[in-house]
Ligand binder design. Structure first.
Ligand code: ADP
Length: 326
């Protein structure tokens, strides 16, 4: 084994899981590094083929197709994500809901058919998001949506799971240091070769800005951000984004523009960033503080930054228009 200073940095980028993926790893050789990264991407592709709503034959596609008809067999990985998703629904007071597909489809954010639905359409879709109608059996690895109009959508959780899985694969293949980034769901493995922590930038949430407003120093942690600036459309001068509040059926609008979660697992960060974004500043911070090992950074419309108690020392503000206020 080479000393850490002699390691080679290998990087591969790919469009995957409907987003931009980037994996970098320090490795003994370019060949070893590339092999490990390719295996990690293979696993991410596998997860996409199981959990995409749109890929024909995926577990989620099959569940939705057989909604109201019959139970289907699902892969153990899909089962794992479904169970986590269901558990998080109660932890987040149902702000996070994996059965929100009917509303997500209706808004179609990022799709050809995106539009502001009528209030009747929203009211109707909201009748079909009840997770009590989703029956899963861990023993048999089967899932059944009992209401034919409920659609499962794992868009708020599968990417985090994929980050965790890709890190597992990298480690299994001898990588001790590197960074996985799937469209803003980041995991920083180990440390940099000089032993210092990785520094992960937090995007400026304002449309048209591309700078980092802060950076967070971490090692062996995930950093996930959900923001209203990531995917949206504008109709009649109003911007509609992709994080839907199940209570109202419309995109969350409570003064927050971005929530970043730092946690040991990216699946937790993926869910908790979306859920806190929906719950708003006070409830969101409360949720973050209540979860062991979970920290967060929340940004409001008026450029105020709130940082959870255990994260303060790791955050450095880079853009002085933004201020930590708590
Ligand atoms: P991104 O995928 O852009 O990183 P998030 O991680 O915040 O963003 O997840 C947003 C995605 O999660 C949406 O595109 C949608 O598929 C799904 N989603 C939206 N609202 C909710 C919600 N309240 N509960 C669960 N999933 C949601």
């Amino acid at each position: 084994n080479k000393s850490s200073k002699e390691l080679t940095l290998v990087k591969q980028e790919q469009l995957i899981l409907g987003t931009f993926g980037s994996i970098s790893a320090y490795s003994n050789s370019e060949k070893e590094g590339n092999e490990a990264i390719s295996k990690a991407y293979d696993r991410i592709k596998e997860i996409e083929n199981l959990m995409s709503t749109s890929i024909e034959g995926s577990d989620v596609y099959n569940m939705n197709k057989k909604a109201g008809v019959e139970s289907i067999a699902v892969n153990p990985s899909t089962m794992e994500v479904l169970l986590e998703g269901l558990e998080y629904s109660s932890i987040t007071k149902e702000a996070f809901n994996i059965g929100l597909g009917s509303l997500i489809e209706l808004w179609g954010i990022g799709k050809d058919w995106q539009k502001v639905p009528t209030s009747e359409e929203i009211a109707d879709a909201k009748k079909h998001i009840d997770l009590n109608k989703l029956e899963v059996s861990k023993e048999n690895n089967t899932a059944f949506i009992k209401d034919p109009k409920i659609l499962v959508d794992l868009g708020g959780i599968a990417k985090g799971y994929a980050v965790d899985e890709s890190i597992r694969i990298l480690k299994e293949n001898g990588i001790k240091s590197g960074v996985v980034n799937l469209g803003g769901d980041v995991y920083a493995l180990g440390t940099k070769t000089d032993g210092s922590k990785w520094r992960i930038g937090i995007n400026n949430p304002e449309i048209g800005s591309s700078n980092s407003i802060a950076r967070i120093s971490i090692s062996d942690k995930s950093v996930v951000t959900s923001g209203d600036y990531e995917r949206y459309f504008i109709e009649n001068g109003v911007r509609y984004h992709h994080i839907i509040d199940p209570k109202t059926g419309i995109p969350a609008n409570n003064g927050l523009v971005s929530v970043t979660i730092v946690s040991d697992k990216s699946i937790d960060g993926d869910v908790l960033s979306t859920a806190s974004f929906i719950l708003g500043l006070d409830e969101g911070l409360k949720l973050i503080e209540s979860r062991p090992g979970v920290e967060g950074l929340l940004i409001t419309k008026d450029r105020q930054v709130y940082v959870s108690s255990g994260l303060k020392d790791a955050v450095e503000i880079l853009d002085n228009n933004f201020k930590i206020v708590n």
